[in-house]
Design a protein around this ligand. Structure first.
Ligand code: PRX
Length: 653
């Protein structure tokens, strides 16, 4: 509530400059017209966008078929994603882009590559043929587990070219996480690399894949790109080098004609159970939304150099490093490594050297830069920047104003973009040429998106009363399901407001008098750590899989840098005592089971956890304890009220 009050008191309003507005892809008048069209008829709005922004091989017959929770967009329409991202920029009207940079890539050690649209097209065609030769067919799942190197974008686009469904696994995930995802998707092939560079050191990926494959026998092929030249073990008959295959491959591969509703990719994300959900996206609707939002939210122009710092392994990288940006024929920057390698000014150095004009990053990164100090920024000329964006978590007004002033030099509009893996593309955001911004608010729904905050009964609420964030009408980039789990899809997103047919986002939010959205964070057992979703249940099941752990409860605690920090309460088996070496062992264990990014910041041992008489862990109490605040609310249902005092005692910390 304190947060809510402080944000509600935020009165500052920032207006886009007249000059920015005049040149914006949507100026004030067009934005108003688009908003009106989107309100009157989302279908007509999205059909207009699909026509203007996407090249179709065959036109659709019907815009939308909606029987909640199942949507089909652009029925009968045929297209190919790689054709939209590549071919149309090198042939016909767009052919002048053939020698334009599609990707400017920078490795952490300082090596750079600029890949033109013509070159990228050729690489993608070749890798499409490689995949075909390896027996990959339309609808097959291809797992990509790679560092941030151009080969990752090539592999993604090649999958879309031949109609294979990619499932990208972020390079920070562990062997167990890989085998779970590979098995769930039924993938027979993995594309990986020997490793990558991070904070000045090479790390291994192929070695982790080798370990994962011990529990994923369905995988018959592993293609390995060379990045670090570290020694890796290759299994004869199963593992092949990227370079060897590419050397033999033909550069001629016409794009497959895909149906608008053919699956495009699966991306696993955390939910409220221990098992991640394979979020399924399809072709026409997803591409329409990714491309349209890229064009109008980032105001992409042909002379822009756009940089989104997200890893492609997360949805932000899918939609706004690769698909939405390349579909617009823009130049996308990809950086391999850490923001503090070799020093804390690496990002500003990249912006200065590449003359970056649009910069999209996460609030957690912004808070880290603030902590590192302005001196790293002052060393560099950031005058090329004209637009800034944020994504992934709520941004506190202080970080917002610092971003606006210190990075944006007071001249760049900020787009705070709210969306999710499930939504495929940006849903709530300002439009940089026409919407006044307020620090900490994602502002208004994108045209054609019907978002609201509602109470438990599904009635709209506004003002100080927060509510559940819902999307009331289908949108083109929406998830089409959870891979292999129709029931979970319905239960997670649709059952809550079944009668109304609303999508439940899982976030709390409230709206102010101007209808601006203020996102308050997750309302379920999902934590948002540095903008990454981690399920409390996932960490709990990782902990209890350790031989010494009897029971674990995990909660999030507010953290000034990462937004949320993971706090674990652990009870040990048969009288074992917890100490620092066990804490380290448990952290390592979580890293092994999920990935380093999910490691608890704080582990507290106790001989019992607070439970109701029916055996349910009272997380609300644990959250209070984790935050170090007084335990508030009703504790009368506790089985053993003395536990609270025990957990609060210093020696249990
Ligand atoms: O809680 C919201 C938060 O991130 C969640 C979605 O996480 P993920 O699927 O990993 O996608 C992140 C990148 C799109 C949301 O449910 N979130 C995302 N963007 C914002 C945000 N919270 C506040 N403001 C945002 N701009």
């Amino acid at each position: 509530m304190a947060d809510l009050e402080s944000i509600l008191e935020e009165k500052r309003v920032f207006k886009p400059s007249a000059e920015f507005s005049k040149k914006a892809n949507w100026n004030k008048a067009t934005a108003k017209a688009m908003r009106e069209l989107g309100e009157k008829s989302p279908q007509r709005f999205w059909a207009k966008m699909a026509k203007e922004n996407i090249t179709w091989m065959k036109p659709w017959k019907k815009v939308l078929d909606w029987k909640a929770p199942n949507a089909k967009w652009f029925l009968g329409g045929k297209l190919n994603v790689s054709h939209n991202c590549l071919d149309r920029h090198i042939e016909g009207e767009g052919s002048w882009r053939k020698n334009k940079a599609a990707i400017i890539w920078e490795g952490e050690p300082g090596d750079t590559r600029t890949i033109t649209y013509g070159q990228l097209h050729r690489e993608v065609c070749k890798f499409s043929n490689v995949l075909k030769q390896q027996g990959v067919k339309k609808g097959d799942r291809v797992v990509l587990y790679m560092p941030m190197i151009p080969e990752l974008a090539v592999a993604m686009l090649a999958c879309t070219r031949i109609g294979a469904i990619h499932s990208i696994i972020f390079g920070g995930f562990s062997a167990t996480s890989i085998s779970d995802r590979v098995n769930d998707a039924g993938a027979k092939i993995i594309v990986t690399a020997d490793g990558g560079f991070r904070r000045g050191k090479p790390f291994g990926l192929k070695s982790i894949v080798n370990e994962a494959l011990e529990s994923a026998p369905g995988v018959k092929r592993v293609i390995v790109a060379k990045r670090t030249a570290q020694r890796v073990s290759m299994q004869v008959g199963r593992d092949l080098w990227w370079d060897d295959l590419m050397a033999e491959a033909s550069a001629n591969c016409p794009p497959a004609e895909m149906d608008a509703e053919d699956p495009l990719f699966i991306l696993y994300t955390s939910g409220t159970t221990g098992k991640p959900k394979g979020i399924l996206h399809t072709t026409g609707g997803y591409l329409t939304q990714a491309t349209t939002t890229s064009k109008y939210v980032f105001d992409l122009k042909d002379d822009d150099i756009y940089w989104c710092t997200a890893d492609i392994g997360w949805v932000t990288g899918h939609s706004y490093v690769v698909y939405g940006i390349l579909a617009n024929g823009a130049t996308t920057v990809m950086y391999e490594g850490a923001p503090n390698s070799p020093a804390e000014d690496r990002f500003w150095d990249i912006i200065e050297r590449h003359r970056i004009t649009i910069f999209y990053t996460a609030p957690t990164a912004i808070r880290t830069f603030i902590r590192w100090g302005d001196e790293h920024i002052k060393k560099h000329d950031l005058s090329s920047l004209r637009l800034l964006g944020t994504v992934g978590e709520p941004i506190n007004p202080e970080a917002w104003t610092w971003y606006q002033k210190v990075i944006g030099g007071g001249r760049c509009p900020i787009v705070d973009t709210w969306w999710q893996t499930e939504t495929g593309g940006i849903m709530i955001t300002s439009l940089p040429g026409s919407v006044n911004t307020k620090p900490g608010s994602a502002t208004l729904p994108f045209p054609g998106i019907c978002a609201d905050t509602v109470n438990e009964a599904g009635e709209s609420v506004s003002g100080k009363t927060g509510g559940l964030l819902v999307i009331k009408k289908p949108w083109p980039g929406m998830l089409r399901g959870i891979w292999g789990d129709k029931k979970r899809f319905r239960e997670t997103y649709w059952d809550k407001f079944k009668k109304q047919g609303f999508y439940l986002a899982g976030d709390g939010a409230h709206r102010d008098r101007q209808g601006y959205f203020w996102i308050m964070g997750r309302i379920d057992d999902v934590m948002n750590v540095s903008g990454h979703r981690i399920g409390t249940m996932e960490v709990e099941s990782a902990l209890v899989s350790h031989a010494k752990v009897a029971e674990a409860a995990v909660v999030g605690r507010p953290d000034a840098i990462t937004g949320t920090a993971v706090v674990a309460f652990v009870t040990l088996k048969g009288g074992l005592e917890g100490d620092n070496s066990l804490r380290d062992a448990l952290r390592k264990h979580v890293a092994k089971e999920i990935g380093s990014f999910a490691k608890p910041a704080d582990i507290r041992f106790s001989n019992a956890l607070p439970k109701t008489r029916s055996g349910k862990i009272m997380r609300r109490l644990l959250r209070n304890i984790a935050e170090g605040v007084d335990v508030v609310g009703d504790t009368t249902t506790l089985e053993d009220p003395s536990i609270i005092a025990k957990l609060q005692q210093p020696e249990t910390r």
